[in-house]
Design a binder for this molecule. Sequence first.
Ligand code: ADP
Ligand code: ADP
Length: 236
Amino acid sequence: TTALTVDDVTLTYPDGTDRLTALDRVSLRVTGGSIAAITGPSGSGKSSLLAVASTLIRPDSGRISLETPGGSADLATVGRREAAALRRSSIGIVFQQPNLVPALTAVEQLEVMAHLGQRLFTSARRRRETHAKAMRLLDSVGLADQHAKRPAQLSGGQRQRVNIARALMNDPALLVIDEPTSALDTERGAAVIDLVLTVVREHDAATLLVTHDRAHLHRMDAVYRMVDGRLTAGSG
Ligand code: ADP
Ligand code: ADP
């Protein structure tokens, strides 16, 4: 079974001579194939939660356990090197801005993910497999026919779909997604949410989704609201 369990996590940032509490004893659990949506006002701690869940920031205290069929890891205490390896093998991250590499085509954006952490020279067979997988994923986000385009030749919605496909390239057990629709109009935002729902089910990823988009909350498996670093169940 696959699951993310966040247990009693606190995170503070330096704030002059004081500390600012960004996460105040936060707990939640989300299992593979499910989406926990996080809403709440700006500055309430939503991005901080995604950052600690994806090993980008280490919390002050608490436990963050990622269970996968291959074993379990405590993301709150892993060292830098192991955290980097976990992000490559088990965690997909989708930021608000797609952050695609301007010089690479859509399919290359995905291939690069698979080659990170591998030897510099991979076999021709391995490269063919990687290419085939990248094409399958692009197809699943409706972009097979755009695979040779660079980011500048794609629309905003298309870039966000490449971003999502790229995060799935290494079959992550955990997917964290930060406001994927904020740069899109209502219709294209809805299409991206549809896509997220489909791929999360297909790939059995435990998913944290930060969204302001209240129209889609009823389609999520659980909804939480963050206020001043405290997480409560329900959309408020
Ligand atoms: P949200 O994603 O809900 O907008 P954040 O997690 O970005 O909230 O921020 C939570 C609080 O932590 C805010 O008060 C923000 O100003 C503060 N904060 C976020 N990142 C840092 C940082 N790197 N250093 C200091 N304070 C930060
Ligand atoms: P699509 O038609 O596929 O949704 P558009 O290029 O029409 O894509 O962009 C949709 C919206 O997203 C527009 O409001 C646009 O200004 C905005 N947008 C497009 N690309 C970006 C980007 N890289 N960063 C921020 N906003 C963007």
